[in-house]
Design a binder for this molecule. Structure first.
Ligand code: G3P
Ligand code: MG
Length: 251
């Protein structure tokens, strides 16, 4: 296994406790915090441009309403994605995948790219993401971990990028997680911290996978998870988590 977590903390949606999630302001904050890894969510515009965004619809985090995937990129670019968080961030835009990757590459930050897709739309999005990521994967495959709650999206990622690093996301326990993660050659299991137990942590680590937990903002909970064998946690407030700069040995 070559993928390596250089820190026990992964910035969630950038560093979304401090800046509007999944915007450049959030990734700049992650760089200022010296993070080695960030996570963000990818969807796509109606004209097929991968963009960084979490919800299916625009309502919560922009000044518009309705489904993001029904809107063309030019329209998405015109929206304010920062004001809802704080007026100091008015004018923040929904960034494209390529804008964020170019920034992270310069800042030497590795990325967990979470594929968010509506059912039946997986193939189009995965194809576009892989096409854009191909030059970066050729240079530094291990700097990118792709994950999804959609097993179909994971299958398509494996098909279109046979060497990519895959992480299986689990909101609830999936009884066939071992079989599916082996079939897809997942290097990590990324689990909702609310369902994590010491026993499950041990079982996952026995399979030789990286074990990541989301979303952990309480340092005491992070310490408990680390003591069970969890390798790293996703956090909105990464600088509050202890062992923040802790270097992890490879498996
Ligand atoms: O990838 C970890 C975490 O981000 C998954 O949940 O809803 O925050 O994308 P969500
Ligand atoms: Mg996510």
């Amino acid at each position: 296994m070559t993928l390596k977590f250089h820190s026990r903390v992964i910035g969630h949606r950038g560093a979304c406790g401090y800046a509007p999630e999944n915007t450049m302001a959030s990734f700049i904050k992650a760089a200022q915090l010296n993070l080695k890894w960030v996570e963000f969510d990818v969807m796509q515009s109606s004209d097929g441009i991968p963009v960084i965004f979490h919800d299916d619809d625009l309502d919560r985090t922009t000044n518009a309403r309705g489904l993001l995937c029904s809107q063309p990129y030019a329209y998405l670019q015109s929206l304010d994605a920062g004001k809802w968080f704080n007026t100091a961030f008015s004018g923040e835009r929904i960034p494209s995948l390529m804008t964020v990757i170019a920034f992270l590459q310069e800042a030497h930050i590795a990325a967990n790219i979470e594929i968010k897709t509506l059912s039946q739309h997986e193939e189009n999005l995965v194809k576009h993401v892989i096409r854009e990521m191909q030059p970066y994967l050729q240079k530094a495959n291990d700097n990118y971990l792709f994950s999804s709650f959609s097993f179909e999206a994971l299958r398509l990622l494996r098909r279109y990028a046979p060497n990519c690093q895959l992480g299986m996301l689990l909101h609830d326990w999936e009884k066939n997680w071992r079989e599916i993660s082996d079939e897809l050659q997942c290097v990590s299991i990324n689990v909702n911290e609310r369902i994590m137990t010491e026993t499950m942590a041990r079982e996952i680590k026995e399979q030789g996978k990286w074990l990541l937990c989301y979303t952990v903002n309480d340092p005491a909970r992070a310490q408990e998870l680390f003591s069970w064998g969890v390798d790293a946690v996703f956090s909105d407030v990464p600088d509050r988590i202890g062992e923040y700069y802790g270097e992890l040995s490879s498996q």
